[in-house]
Design a protein around this ligand. Structure first.
Ligand SMILES: Cc1cc2nc3c(=O)[nH]c(=O)nc-3n(C[C@H](O)[C@H](O)[C@H](O)COP(=O)(O)O)c2cc1C
Length: 313
């Protein structure tokens, strides 16, 4: 048995067994399984698809991804082939993958989300559905993740349309009151939360005086958002999900196993990695191994015993 699959780091996410808590974040590891070229997916807990919309989207014009000293700024704009082509041409491959697939759904309207989520619901290749209501890079990408009333309306329509799968709702730290939005998601029937998406941000070239991204602003990810994301996970776990036993996928700026351990202690059941994959595609392996040794040093039989186990200051 490899350390990446040691029983002490196995976990269960809304009923889905993961061999370790490391999840590839939506949009950062290809559309589905392309990351297998860099690291065997046997070593990963779960992979999240690119966010898929009802219609195909070309995304924004270049430049749409830039590197900053503190992380990455992107305005990809949900480039994807659309749900019909994705489900027909790509998703069947997920049946052969050695780890569960979290299918990410995005949209501009309630009908869009219902269409994409119900298309995934009927497919056994998708283990879970993640509703991305927090994309800062399209005209309407943040609307449902920024207004509790709209989020409640969205879940009122999507929840009954999804019969077979558990639903995660992904929120952004740029949204107003994240605790309230998390409460709304849980009250609306979310089975889990993914915290966090990128943070709305802007970078300007002083010479041209133009934004560096063609769209203007974009979404900040990487080390700069890590402590903010840890606080969000901690607050939401303490105030919303702990009592309801709702799992959280914590993500934002994981570059070392210690960052992932912070998310676990703050209350996350699993930990996503996005920007870190661009820096080191083998990072998920290092994080899984680091978590395994840490769990052993902490003297617990299962990493689940460390979820939310931060000591008081
Ligand atoms: C290039 C890029 C594309 C992304 N595309 C998506 C996406 O399609 N859907 C989504 O929910 N999040 C998307 N994200 C956000 C990530 O999944 C993740 O929530 C965010 O980057 C924070 O994690 P990180 O700091 O580890 O990158 C994207 C991020 C990046 C950097």
């Amino acid at each position: 048995m490899t350390v990446d699959a040691a029983p002490r780091i196995e976990t269960t996410l809304a009923g889905v067994r993961l061999r370790n808590p490391v999840v590839l974040a939506a949009g950062t590891a290809g559309e589905l399984d392309e990351f297998a070229d860099a690291l065997p997916l046997e070593e990963i807990g779960a992979v999240t698809t690119k966010s898929i919309t009802r219609e195909p989207r070309a995304g924004n014009a270049p430049w749409r991804l830039i590197e900053l000293p503190v992380g990455m700024l992107n305005a990809i704009g949900l480039a994807n082939p659309g749900v019909e082509a994705f489900v027909r041409d790509r998703l069947p491959r997920a049946a052969q993958l050695p780890c569960p697939v979290i299918a990410s759904a995005a949209g501009h309207s309630i009908d869009d989300y219902v269409a994409v989520a119900s298309a995934f619901d009927g497919r056994r290749e998708a283990a879970l559905i993640e509703l991305n209501v927090s994309c800062p890079n399209t005209a309407t990408g943040l609307q449902f993740g920024d207004d509790p009333r709209l989020l409640a309306d969205l879940l009122r329509a999507v929840r009954p349309a999804v019969i077979h799968k558990r639903i995660f709702v992904k929120l952004s730290p740029g949204a107003g009151d994240l605790v309230r939005l998390a409460e709304t998601a849980v009250a609306g029937g979310a089975d889990g939360l993914t915290l966090v998406n990128t943070f709305p941000a802007l970078s300007i070239d002083p010479e041209t005086r133009r934004p560096r991204l063609s769209r203007g602003s974009g979404g900040l990810s990487g080390p700069a958002i890590h402590p903010i994301a840890v606080r969000v996970v901690h607050d939401v776990h303490r105030l919303v999900t702990r009592g309801a036993a709702i799992p959280i996928i914590g993500l934002g700026g994981v570059m070392r196993w210690e960052d992932a351990a912070e998310f676990i202690l703050a209350g996350a059941t699993a930990v996503g990695i996005g920007t870190g994959l661009f820096v080191d595609p083998k990072l998920p392996r290092r994080v899984a191994r680091g978590l395994c040794s840490w769990t052993e040093r902490q003297g617990v039989r299962s990493i689940s015993e460390l979820v939310g186990a931060m000591e008081a200051p």
